[in-house]
Write a protein that binds this ligand. Structure first.
Ligand SMILES: Nc1ncnc2c1ncn2[C@@H]1O[C@H](COP(=O)(O)OP(=O)(O)O)[C@@H](O)[C@H]1O
Ligand code: SF4
Ligand SMILES: [Mg+2]
Length: 366
């Protein structure tokens, strides 16, 4: 992977400039639990999330609003206020080192430099009183020891790279002088400024129109091809990550309910919630002929998650067992996992999976 030479800084000291230790993944989230202790009760926002990510890969994190997608990634970045938040278990390893054991000073260096996040709303993440150039240069001066002049030069390069016309002039403008799509590009430039190993994009396209959404995703992919970084793309819409994700984590009520490669999720899915998400993707991503079927009902309150399988009140296949006992994780030999009592039953999966899936076709019905 080609990496830009550092003008100043500490060559070789950053984890991102070192090879990932053998047998480790770039990022390993292992049974992570993060609960909020509130006056209303304990909000189990992240309840045992596990996934792995390597350089050059894109992970899609999908689930309805309130399923714990953002809090999972904020926990990884050390950005959750504690209290009310509290880590209740699990670990997050970056280059084999636990991020949960790092000091705030170490985490400040990791944030922006090694792992960077693009937040959902660029207007609340950009400071209205500073120029775009100053905000872009801040990370470079802090993490890389750039001078003001070096930071300005690099900021212009970055704006140019993300397709902002007339970057030399625009670098002096304030956030309100940019359109929504352009601000989102600035956020990407800011996140990419220090060449992070991992770019976390939290629903970065939700407020944008479809054409600009496509441009932003394309831009992130272009940057990934150049830099070899990993991307975590958070979205409530499985369709958004259909073409870009290598792996997909499906979350429901704070828990991962399914994880696998994009092909496994789209064509060999084993979980009824994932089937519901697939059936509610607008055409033409999945299948032009079938009608859209939204998932009935609403996700539960995370203070009061239903007994047994948390999806049981909305699941068309729920049985008494589902309503009584929390399902164990079923893991296929490939590492593809699902948390459903019936995930390991090929007949159940073949009979009920969406018609587009290979699983279904294997059952001879497609
Ligand atoms: N600071 C907080 N205090 C208490 N609960 C919170 C806090 N932040 C988030 N939550 C709760 O955690 C749950 C997961 O939220 P979030 O990760 O933002 O969902 P998503 O990103 O999937 O829409 C939600 O129920 C939300 O209300
Ligand atoms: S465990 Fe039961 S309720 Fe839960 S997803 Fe599977 S079939 Fe549906
Ligand atoms: Mg969110």
């Amino acid at each position: 992977m080609a990496r830009r030479k550092k003008a100043l800084g500490k060559p070789g000291k950053d984890l991102k400039d070192q090879p990932v230790p053998e047998g480790q993944h770039l990022l390993e989230v292992d049974g992570l639990k993060m609960y909020f202790h509130t006056l209303d009760g304990v909000v189990k926002a992240v309840d045992g999330v596990s996934y792995t990510l390597d350089r050059g890969e894109t992970l899609g994190v999908v689930g309805e609003s309130g399923s714990g997608k953002s809090v999972t990634q904020l926990t990884i970045m050390g950005l959750v206020d504690m209290p009310p938040g509290k880590i209740e278990g699990g670990d997050v390893r970056y280059h084999g080192q636990s991020l949960l054991n790092m000091s705030e000073q170490q985490m400040q260096h990791i944030r922006g430099n090694d792992i960077a996040m693009i937040f959902q709303d660029p207007m609340t993440s950009l400071n209205p009183v500073y120029t775009i150039g100053r905000q872009l240069g801040e990370g470079l001066r802090l993490h890389r020891g750039y001078t003001k002049e070096q930071a300005l030069k690099r900021s212009i390069e970055l704006l140019d790279m993300v397709g902002i016309p007339n970057a030399e002039q625009r670098v002096k403008d304030y956030p309100h002088e940019f359109s929504g799509g352009m601000r989102q590009r600035v956020m990407i430039a800011m996140a990419l400024a220090c060449d992070p190993d991992i770019l976390i994009a939290d629903e970065p396209t939700t407020a944008l129109d479809v054409t600009i959404q496509a441009q932003i995703i394309e831009l992130m992919q272009e940057m990934q091809q150049k830099n070899g970084n990993a991307i975590i793309m958070i979205t409530h819409d499985l369709g958004v990550v259909a073409d870009v994700a290598d792996k997909i984590l499906v979350m429901y009520a704070g828990c991962p309910v399914e994880f696998g490669t994009a092909d496994e999720i789209f064509y060999e899915s084993m979980h009824p919630y994932t089937w519901g998400l697939i059936r509610s993707i607008p055409d033409p991503v999945v299948d032009q002929k079938r009608p859209l079927t939204p998932i009935q009902g609403n996700p539960p309150s995370l203070v009061n998650v239903p007994k047994g399988c948390s999806f049981s009140p909305r699941c068309p296949y729920a049985t008494d067992l589902c309503r009584q006992e929390k399902p164990e994780m079923y893991t296929a030999p490939t590492g593809h996992y699902a948390r459903c009592h019936y995930a390991s039953d090929p007949l159940f999966v073949q009979k009920n999976a969406p018609a587009n899936s290979r699983t279904h076709k294997k059952g001879g019905e497609a």
